[in-house]
Design a protein around this ligand. Structure first.
Ligand SMILES: Cc1ncc(COP(=O)(O)O)c(C=O)c1O
Length: 425
């Protein structure tokens, strides 16, 4: 189906046939959900041995009684787990509660209210801003929106954010104080940053506002579907350029064990860790060390964690294949959109023809298939070209996913044809 070269008669014919097909789908009264990137029940089940794993032995190997208060930076063995995931020294890791998003929110607040490492708090600047590679993760953008931090969009490329645009923005505006990055299997594009991108990121700290921080949200650090994809280590690069203070790294076990009750990690330079701890020690007496110990017992070595991730991949891979197969077989030979084939992570990003994404999401909703709202992958929920749709294949069973995808491709065709008909008068 090539819309650009189709005659009006052809478009009318397509519209009638697709509308009839769409009405038949609506009659089925489906109720399917492709919205959030949640692990499926089968994935959660992989970590069910967490329950009871302590077997009445609450002492960590260093003798800590995990039931009691204390230990602001987390158990040593949990910090080692975070260090393995992020490939950094455990001395630079804090193991915290169940959510890396909470840690990111906390870190933004630290920069905003108090300033990192003795630098001016961002709230004292006239118009502090973050760079936001798009499409990106809606919850990152929501943190900035809530605190009134401005957002400057940066296009994503196949190797990461457009670094020329990043460098130009930082040169032009001294009030850019941060950038959101999901460096491996980016949410939603699935892109992993190249060596050049990581190097250029690490160099930003040489020319930016001194309080500038890279929020390196490595949520999918070990979430490869097959081939191990290598993300260059930003800490190593930052040490080379003497910019370690400009990097804050995050990860969690949310998509490794139980999504709602995992362990989250932040890694940073000693100066940044001191700033974070200063705020944390007022907020809490310490994290849930019992849960940290449970995770350390489940993964006593990094190899065990990697084996565990292979089992996740076995469950996830057929779902990604289903999405890609549906897109390829129905839209491969067309001018109706473009997508990536990610090698890991939780999403497939689909770009419709300009001006069609919201209509596709609405058509799908009316046919009983819920999608993430169009625009959600952009700051303030506004996709200027109305193109991006984030597909999250992990949660539904394979059969439901297949049905939902066949509805989605139908809606993409129908919305595209209708829009072309309107545009052609
Ligand atoms: C990029 C990214 N960061 C963070 C999170 C949330 O992580 P957590 O459960 O550790 O708060 C998600 C969840 O979808 C995500 O996609």
């Amino acid at each position: 189906m090539y819309i650009d070269s189709a005659s009006r008669e052809q478009l009318v014919e397509w519209e009638e046939a697709l509308s009839a097909q769409y009405r038949r789908v609506c009659d089925h009264q489906l109720s399917l959900d492709l919205t959030r990137g949640k692990p499926s029940a089968a994935q959660l089940h992989l970590a069910d041995s967490l329950d009871g794993i302590l077997n009445d032995d609450y002492r960590a190997s260093d003798g800590t009684d995990t039931r009691n208060y204390g230990g602001l930076t987390g158990l040593a063995c949990a910090r080692e787990l975070g260090a393995d995931i992020l490939q950094v020294p455990s001395a630079e890791v804090i193991a915290a509660g169940n959510s890396s998003l909470t840690l990111m929110y906390h870190a933004v607040l630290t920069g905003y209210l108090f300033g990192f490492a003795g630098h001016t708090p961002w709230r004292k600047l006239t118009a502090p801003k973050f760079l936001c590679p798009v499409p990106g993760y809606d919850r990152h953008f929501a943190i900035c929106a809530q605190l009134g931090i401005g957002m400057v969009t940066i296009p994503m490329t196949a190797t990461g954010p457009d670094m020329a645009a990043v460098e130009a923005a930082i040169k032009d505006d001294r009030e850019i104080v941060g950038i959101w990055c999901v460096p491996k299997f980016s949410n939603p594009t699935g892109v992993t940053y190249s060596m050049e991108t990581v190097e250029r990121m690490a160099r930003l700290g040489q020319s930016s506002h001194p309080g500038f921080r890279i929020f390196w949200d490595n949520a999918y650090a070990i979430h490869d579907l097959g081939r191990q994809v290598n993300l260059p280590n930003i800490r190593t690069a930052a040490l080379e350029y003497d910019t370690l203070d400009s990097v804050l790294q995050f990860a969690s076990t949310s998509k490794i064990t139980h999504a709602g009750s995992g362990v989250a990690f932040v890694s940073a330079s000693p100066a940044n860790l001191a700033s974070l701890k200063k705020q944390m020690e007022v907020m809490t007496i310490g994290p849930d060390k019992v849960n940290q110990l449970r995770h350390s017992r489940l993964f006593p070595e990094f190899t065990r964690l990697k084996e565990h991730m292979k089992r996740h991949a076995e469950i996830l891979k057929p779902k990604f294949e289903c999405v890609l197969q549906q897109l390829e077989s129905h839209l491969g030979d067309s001018d109706l959109g473009a997508w990536e084939a990610p090698e890991g992570g939780y999403f497939v990003s689909f770009n419709t023809r300009p001006g069609c994404a919201a209509a596709v999401v609405e058509l799908a909703a009316d046919a009983g298939v819920k999608l993430t709202p169009a625009g959600a992958t952009f700051p303030y929920g506004e996709d200027p070209q109305d193109r991006n749709i984030r597909i999250a294949p992990s949660f539904p069973p394979l059969e439901e996913l297949d049905t939902a995808m066949s509805v989605l491709v139908l809606c993409i065709k129908l919305a595209s044809v209708r829009r072309q008909l309107t545009a052609s008068g």
